[in-house]
Design a protein around this ligand. Structure first.
Ligand SMILES: NC(=O)c1ccc[n+]([C@@H]2O[C@H](COP(=O)([O-])OP(=O)(O)OC[C@H]3O[C@@H](n4cnc5c(N)ncnc54)[C@H](OP(=O)(O)O)[C@@H]3O)[C@@H](O)[C@H]2O)c1
Length: 305
């Protein structure tokens, strides 16, 4: 399988990449979208040592022009993709920051840039022979702050994370409606890990929170990123029939299997989803990106090095 993972240097993305690299069934090809070339190269080296074919796509999701560039480069280099893991994200932050595009960092990094990236790569997923799929790293809860989308008045890092989670789940349903049917359907899954994962987040939170996290870990409230990867890997590797049957769902892992979680009516609401989609398109266009720019026939895949 050829799988693009956003945020594979650390945390859940890294756990999934390691599990996919070690997969017994085949030698998976991993494309790691990372903001740091140095950390990305180190991840490529490590994953290759674990058995994967791996390559790096450098892109800071806090810069929409970089997302546009990398989407174009991926389209040039590859004729198809089997899966995308929409994972990269900001967690804890001491204060509100803005991206180079003047947007709230959580809103853009965790949601908007990956909205644009996913749409830019949809036809590569449609070209998959294995059942193209997008897996969103998501959690239940959260809501869209329609009057303060950029959180200038109501910022907290939790609000930023939770708003982006609601936005990703709304996008999942919209994409499933648009691209989950027809001749070459793509599947869209949101996955919520059932326990908190011990990731790089623990290294960046303030000391009192870190102490609390240590206590929670001792009480068994955390799982490792390796275990997270093992749980999630089947979503990327399972057959087309299985992933199709789960498309459009918010899933978690319970009792040794994937189960569906109920979705919030405010996320399902078609009018709200249309509004968010149009707002998202408008914000991308405001930064000079056009969603339709890649329509039309694509060149054949370039031969590998
Ligand atoms: N930890 C959990 O229990 C948990 C549970 C459910 C959902 N989540 C969500 O999962 C996602 C990953 O969280 P995590 O806990 O794994 O965090 P993490 O260990 O901090 O990893 C975050 C990843 O995203 C990358 N990233 C951050 N900003 C980026 C940017 N501007 N451009 C490109 N890549 C960027 C990071 O790259 P660098 O190495 O360059 O920083 C890193 O690879 C987040 O969206 C989080 O909200 C986490």
């Amino acid at each position: 399988m050829r799988i693009l993972i956003t945020g594979a240097t650390n945390g859940m993305g890294r756990g999934v990449a390691e599990a996919l690299a070690a997969s017994d069934d085949e030698r998976n090809e991993l494309i790691l979208l990372c903001r740091s070339e140095e950390r990305g190269k180190a991840a490529v080296k490590d994953l290759e040592a674990r058995g994967a074919r791996a390559s790096l796509a450098v892109c800071d999701l806090a810069d929409l022009s970089a997302v546009r560039r990398v989407a174009g480069e991926l389209r040039e280099a590859y004729g198809y993709l089997d899966a995308i893991f929409v994972n990269a994200g900001l967690g804890y932050a001491a204060g509100r920051t803005e991206t180079v595009d003047g947007l709230d960092s959580h809103f853009q990094v965790n949601y908007l840039s990956q909205f644009y990236l996913t749409l830019g790569l949809i036809d590569l997923l449609r070209a998959s022979e294995r059942g193209g799929r997008v897996v969103f790293n998501a959690t239940p809860g959260g809501r869209i702050l329609w009057d303060d989308l950029q959180l200038t008045r109501s910022w907290s890092y939790e609000t930023g994370i939770r708003q982006a989670m609601a936005a990703k789940r709304m996008l999942l349903l919209t994409l499933d409606e648009r691209y989950g049917r027809g001749e070459r359907p793509v599947s869209f899954i949101c996955f919520s890990i059932p326990k908190t994962v011990w990731t790089n987040q623990v290294a960046i939170i303030p000391a009192p929170m870190r102490i609390a996290a240590g206590i929670m870990r001792a009480l068994g409230r955390f799982i490792s990123m390796e275990r997270c990867g093992e749980i999630m890997a089947p979503l990327f590797l399972c057959g087309e029939g299985e992933i199709r049957s789960r498309s459009g769902r918010l899933l978690t892992w319970k009792g040794g299997r994937f189960v569906e979680l109920p979705e919030d009516p405010a996320v399902i609401d078609g009018e709200a989803r249309r509004r968010l989609y149009e707002l998202s398109v408008g914000l991308c266009e405001g930064a000079g990106l056009r969603l339709g720019e890649w329509e039309g026939p694509r060149p054949a895949e370039r031969p590998g090095p």
